[in-house]
Structure formats: C-alpha cells, structure tokens
Design a binder for this molecule. Structure first.
Ligand code: SF4
Length: 229
C-alpha cells in the first residue's frame, strides 16, 4: 500500500482514444454491466432498460442481474408487467435493496406506458424522467441503450473516476455529466458508462484503487487519491 501526499503531473496528457483503448482491454475479463448484459440478451427496449435500471439501484450486480432476469422471464412488456400485482413483482426481485418501493414504481410505470403510450415508452427525456423512481442516470441509459441516442449516464463509478483522472472537476454526478459532455465526443458517452462500471469495481475502486498496476496511470492526475495499491 502506498501513500502519495503530493504528485507530479501525469507523464502524458489524457488522450481519449488511447484511454478508451486501454479501458476496453482492462475490463475485457470482467462481466458487462447489468443493463448492457441484459440488452445483449434481448432486453434492450427503453421500457426494459428503465425497469432493469430501477432493479439495479443500490443493489449489487450479482443480485440485480438475476432479479431482472427472473422478472423478464415472467413478464417483459408493459402490458404483461401491468397485469402482475406489485406483490408479484416484489416476489421476483425481493433480494434487491428497496424491493417494495421498486416493485410499486415498476408496476406504475408499466401501467402508464401500457395505458398512456400504447405499450411503447417514448424516446423523450422529459417523459422518461417523469416516471416514478427514474433519475438522470436511468433516463440516460434508457435513451442511450434503448433508443440509440447520445446520452451520458453518470453513476458513482463514472463520477469518481473522471474526477480522479482530472479531466473534470465536479462535485456531483449531474455536474460531472455536464462537464464530461464537453470533454468527450458523443459517440463515447454511452461507452464510458459501459467501461467505467467494471473498471470502477475491479481497478479504480472507491477505496485503495489499484494505481500501481493501472493501465491509465501515466495519464491520470490521481486527484484525491491519497492511498492506493
Ligand atoms: S486506478 Fe489510480 S491511476 Fe488508475 S485511473 Fe484510478 S486513480 Fe487513476
């Protein structure tokens, strides 16, 4: 374990293309983030992304991925989920944190999408943000993954790592999102979430990041990192 009270500037300037290439290689051994994995399994509609994102909130991926799969195995369309009771949804996702309010939100969303939008969640940010339990991260994932639009979902990993790199200096995920959109080209906005979720779990961890073996060390300012492995 190394203490690092003061640090020189990075050996090389932060290069987006090079950083993404190194990130892709670094996370190749690890599972895809839950929503990206589900999308590749065929659960990539905006509605399914919203539902799965609610399931994942404050819940370990190892718990939320099988919970979302259980729910979608029983019901995956707005009409099918609306036909369930919140208690039935709860029974399918019950290992997840906040499973009871999540079940009520999922049921309410399905009922609204089925009744108000004819079973298709519109690719419209204000509409998605108006759904119960849906915040900026889930809305950006729904529109990015589900609609193919350029949106930048910022979760705790993206927020922490982008600020450690020193390419943004923002106190909240919302401010990090706006700052990163200035730094990264739109074609990178969704991918940075896909890459930094596993990178944040396995390399640039919240406590004691693995800087000494990190492939981005030469271009990272390590902002706020006082101790690392
Ligand atoms: S692990 Fe360390 S060197 Fe790598 S990105 Fe995180 S803070 Fe920077």
């Amino acid at each position: 374990m190394n203490a690092r009270p003061s640090r020189p500037p990075p050996a090389v300037a932060f290069d987006v293309d090079e950083a993404f290439a190194r990130l892709r290689e670094a996370v190749a051994p690890y599972p895809l983030p839950v929503l990206f994995a589900l999308a590749r399994e065929g659960h990539g509609s905006p509605f399914e992304v919203v539902v799965a994102c609610i399931v994942t909130i404050r819940t370990l991926e190892e718990v939320s991925l099988p919970a979302a799969r259980r729910l979608f195995a029983v019901a995956r369309t707005p009409a099918a989920i609306a036909a369930l009771t919140p208690a039935a949804i709860d029974a399918l996702i019950d290992p997840c944190t906040f499973h009871e309010p999540k079940s009520r939100s999922i049921h309410a969303i399905a009922t609204r999408v089925d009744g108000e939008f004819g079973g298709e969640l519109p690719c419209d940010l204000d509409t998605v943000l108006s759904l119960p339990g849906v915040g900026p991260k889930c809305a950006a994932l729904a529109l990015g993954l589900g609609c193919g639009e350029a949106h930048l979902p910022v979760d705790i990993h993206v927020h922490r790592i982008a600020n450690r790199w020193g390419i943004v200096a923002a106190k909240t995920p919302e401010k990090t999102q706006r700052a990163l959109m200035e730094v990264l080209p739109p074609e990178r906005w969704l991918e940075i979430n896909e890459l930094l979720v596993p990178f944040g779990k396995h390399v640039c961890t919240g406590a004691l990041p693995r800087c000494s073996t990190c492939p981005l060390l030469a271009m990272c300012q390590q902002v706020g990192v006082t101790r690392h492995r």
